[in-house]
Write a protein of this length. Structure first.
Length: 296
């Protein structure tokens, strides 16, 4: 495997391109506009500079990483020589199904098609192609250059060969892959999201305040970040949509999203990215203040 195409240069896509390129692969980064690609490339450069300052890489590694990345705004050109395509486009089912149809039609017949989806069924995405045995989930964690885990998700028809190739490749880029099966939320979000939801329900019912809930989980369970702060970091809209996938997929009331979460998303309070969620955020500042809505 030599040529990797990453589709989507956003938060996850640029991180995935960075990690493959730093490990010697030729990467083509595809997005819809040159602006989106430029933004992705400048994030990669910033992250490489940070690694350089910390002496984790050399100037030569930074240069080779950047020269290993080429870009395209044309999907078909971007995938025509790919051995592996990792799709990290926007989390909309219709967008992904359409993309996989096009990718399947234009990519080399031997290519493996992976998706970084956090909640959409791999089996459903695979069914949009004529090569379901070569379709697999590669769920990287954010921030990609730092986080060790890749949740490797087997769809119903994913072959042993495809799985073995992706497990080996994941180790080659310095990650620790874990193989799981395709059920709503896979493993990471099936366990994480109900915990976040329960933290929001506890706040909503007045069991404790924002700081108290997060402190219990940080000091009591040794979590690096409390569940409410983590929800702000992930994005409350993303948390809501994953909970809806779990609720819909399993049909069990235990996955029903807390009404407070629904209200906050409806009101546009989506967490760090909008400046307010359970906490308020000032760009460039690391100070963490509870949102006035949740102070007495
Ligand atoms: P993002 O919104 O930062 O980036 C998505 C990029 O995809 C945008 O630059 C957009 O222009 C591009 N795009 C959309 N449609 C496209 C198309 N047809 N062709 C080419 N590019 C297209 O989103 P983010 O956060 O990077 O998420 C990407 C995927 O990764 C989603 O499936 C998400 O669920 C998953 N994910 C996100 C995590 C996170 O913490 N943000 C964690 C793990 C998975």
């Amino acid at each position: 495997m030599k040529n990797i195409t990453v589709i989507g240069a956003g938060t996850m896509g640029n991180g995935i391109a960075h990690v493959f390129a730093q490990n010697g692969f030729k990467v083509t980064l595809v997005d819809l506009s040159t602006e989106a690609i430029q933004k992705g490339l400048s994030t990669i450069e910033k992250n490489l500079d940070r690694l350089l300052t910390k002496e984790k890489i050399t100037e030569a590694t930074k240069d080779t990483t950047l020269t290993n990345i080429s870009t395209s705004t044309d999907l078909i050109t971007g995938i025509k020589e790919a051995d592996l395509i990792v799709e990290a486009a926007t989390e909309h089912e219709a967008v992904k199904l359409e993309l996989f149809k096009k990718i399947d039609a234009a990519a080399p017949s031997s290519a493996i098609l992976a998706t970084n989806t956090s909640s959409i069924s791999i089996t459903k995405i695979a069914a949009a192609t004529h090569r379901p045995a070569q379709v697999i989930g590669m769920h990287f964690m954010n921030p990609v250059p730092i986080m060790q885990l890749i949740e490797v998700i087997r769809g119903y028809n994913t072959s042993n060969e495809t799985t073995a190739t992706i497990m080996t490749l994941s180790r080659q880029i310095g990650k620790s892959p874990v193989e799981v099966n395709d059920y709503p939320g896979f493993v990471a979000n099936r366990i994480l999201m109900p915990m976040i939801n329960e933290a929001i329900i506890s706040l909503h019912e007045g069991v404790a305040g924002v700081t108290e809930i997060d402190t219990v989980m940080k000091l009591g369970m040794a979590h690096p970040m409390g569940p409410l702060q983590l929800a702000d970091f992930i994005g409350l809209d993303v948390c809501l949509s994953i909970l809806q996938v779990l609720h819909h997929g399993f049909g069990q009331p235990k996955y029903a999203p807390c009404p407070l979460l629904i209200n906050m998303v409806t009101a546009g309070r989506l967490g760090a990215k909008t400046g307010e969620g359970f906490y308020t955020y000032v760009p460039g500042s690391k100070e963490l203040n509870v949102s006035p809505r949740f102070t007495k």
